[in-house]
Design a protein around this ligand. Structure first.
Ligand SMILES: C[S@@+](CC[C@H](N)C(=O)[O-])C[C@H]1O[C@@H](n2cnc3c(N)ncnc32)[C@H](O)[C@@H]1O
Length: 334
């Protein structure tokens, strides 16, 4: 859609097609590039994961300051300088955009993705979706035009995070724009040493991480996001990790609730994240991957093993008065 209001029909057609492999569907746009499926099972997983993330980010008292999230959807209050313009990069099923549209009826919201077939018809007229590879140097949007740019769960999709952050910087309004990036760090950690080093969960993650590394798009950004944002000129940067247990052993009701949703999300994330990476980049057969997944899915439900992941949350603001000039900016940080 972009600023011209026109969608490239060729791009749109490609972004709505899929091919089948090992009983899952994958996107046709830049075939083989995006390693997760795009079928109904995956769409359900993304919507469940959205619920998990909003529960995880709903907090917890009025004194959270910077940490307090807005409806569990974003961290910093939107600027009050007119109807907000919001961009979601790699929007998946568009559920975050649609939730934002419900909370901010006067906002103009854009979601973009490689795989448009996952997006149901927009439920609210203020939300629009268009096909885009966010690694492309131009996004077809006005520079300095966005109040909030949001990215979530794009680990395993991007090689050069700095370039994407730079583009986000160029598209945000100077002085008031907000950038936010949320990822799950899937490397498991153990509470109370209850997850043995020889657990299947550890083995699974090592294999899956290795496969994504070999694909050239690591599952978790390797550079410290806050450091990269700082180098690019963002200000008021907050980066925090939030522990998320795999299953509801904690006594704390909020943690228990997070864990219930996270466990449900992981039951379908494990096959989604394993199948293409392990068969394409680690020499596994589909049958062996299924067997491994069954054991991992079982293990994350054993209540004696108190393990979890970290939710990595990073947000920052635009400095005032920045005039966009990508080439000189890149030269400055090189
Ligand atoms: C794991 S899903 C997360 C979806 C959404 N951000 C969420 O949190 O529900 C990753 C999404 O990023 C999209 N994607 C992957 N690589 C992309 C790229 N280079 N440009 C745009 N979208 C991309 C995929 O099609 C998929 O919809």
């Amino acid at each position: 859609m972009a600023n011209s209001g026109k969608i490239d029909p060729g791009l749109f057609a490609l972004s709505t097609r899929h091919y089948d492999q090992n009983d899952r569907c994958y996107g046709e746009y830049r075939r083989g590039d995006y390693l997760l499926p795009v079928d109904d099972i995956e769409q359900d997983r993304l919507d469940i994961t959205h619920k998990f993330l909003t529960v995880a980010r709903e907090d917890s008292g009025p004194d959270q300051g910077n940490k307090r999230s807005q409806y569990g959807l974003h961290a910093r209050p939107l600027p009050c300088n007119g109807p907000p313009r919001i961009l979601d990069l790699g929007c998946g099923t568009g559920i975050w955009c649609n939730d934002m549209a419900e909370h901010y009826p006067n906002a103009s919201i854009i979601g973009c993705d490689l795989n448009m077939m996952m997006i149901p018809p927009s439920i609210l007229p203020t939300t629009q979706f268009f096909p885009l590879d966010i690694r492309d140097p131009t996004w077809g949007l006005d520079p300095n035009s966005m109040d909030l740019i949001h990215m979530r769960l794009l680990g395993g999709c991007i090689t050069d995070w700095r370039a994407v952050y730079q583009n986000a910087f160029n598209h945000l309004k100077p002085g008031t724009g907000i950038f936010e990036h949320i990822e799950v760090d899937f490397r498991p950690f153990s509470y109370n040493n209850t997850l043995p080093e020889n657990s299947t969960v550890h083995y699974w993650m090592k294999e899956v991480y290795g496969a994504f590394e070999r694909s050239g798009k690591p599952l978790f950004p390797q550079d410290d996001p806050a450091a990269v944002l700082k180098q690019l000129g963002f200000v008021d940067i907050v980066h925090e990790d939030q522990e998320i247990p795999y299953h509801p052993w904690p006594e704390d009701e909020h943690l228990k609730n997070i864990a219930r949703w996270f466990n449900l999300s992981m039951q379908s994330a494990i096959p989604a994240m394993s199948l293409a990476p392990l068969t394409r980049y680690a020499g596994w057969s589909a049958k062996d991957v299924h067997q491994l997944n069954t054991e991992v899915k079982r293990e994350i439900c054993i209540s004696g093993m108190q393990e979890g992941h970290n939710l990595s949350k990073c947000w920052s603001d635009m400095p005032p008065g920045w005039v966009q000039d990508t080439s000189s900016r890149l030269a400055q940080i090189a």
